[in-house]
Ligand binder design. Sequence first.
Ligand code: SF4
Ligand code: SF4
Length: 299
Amino acid sequence: MKEIVVLSGKGGTGKTSLVACLAALADRKVLADCDVDAADLHLVLAPRMLQREEFRGGKQAYILPDRCAACGECAVYCRFDAVRFDGPATQVVGKTYRVDPIACEGCGVCVHVCPAQAVELAPAVSGEWYVSETRHGPLVHARLGPAGENSGKLVTIVRNGARDIAEARSLDLVIVDGAPGIGCPVIASMAGASMVLGVAEATLSGKHDIERLAGLAVHFGIPMLVCINKADLNAEVTAAMNGWCRMRGISVVGSIPYDRRFSEAQAQGKSLLELGDGVTARAVRALWRETRTALESRR
Ligand code: SF4
Ligand code: SF4
């Protein structure tokens, strides 16, 4: 089984629109949306949810009102200002302290300073992940809640879930819509993958993003392909990106022209390919042929 991870140095590069097209073109695959902070592949693929699981990504403090003596020590020492004096009354005090779950960072200081052993740390539910069926095959995706922590861990759960399905159904490929940027969720998206497909617009910042992604790919020993999106917007930068990639042995497998129908397709819950043929659709198909050949050449 091969795993290709589609990445971009930042959001808004057209990465997810491209993944939706690859989902339409590739056979025998599982899709994984690892952009857990802003998942939007489901908007195009209209998934039918089969399984929903809680994600516990961090810890959170809870005050046990029956034990709380309302001394206020926890509030004094909490540097995140997460303890409130508006908890329920008990037989001893008229009001106890309570932890604000949004503000709590789970550092555990309150547990140590509480003289009444009234505070406990417990795993906090910070999101959900799902297994769904779509018109283009199975999809594993997730939603990280507000202030949800540990998105790298959730990315790993989504990837592992997609791999498990591929193995169980004897499918050949996992296509991962990776997290944007180059932080922890991106590293969790790409580590151990067969190949990275970096997507960037033909701008100076897009070129810089590809260079940073290539550095990460080299670090993890993963071969990388590049797709230049909106390649016709700046011929000079596109030429510079092509030249930079050539110098480093990175194949530019696609140059996609600017096409406002990507947005129209997304608004209709479709991939661009489902709007019919055209120059852009042909460029995307050519990109997939190149990518598939590169993947097949990997053992
Ligand atoms: S330190 Fe313990 S006893 Fe004191 S207010 Fe906090 S939870 Fe209650
Ligand atoms: S665990 Fe840390 S952040 Fe949360 S309430 Fe206790 S001291 Fe504050």
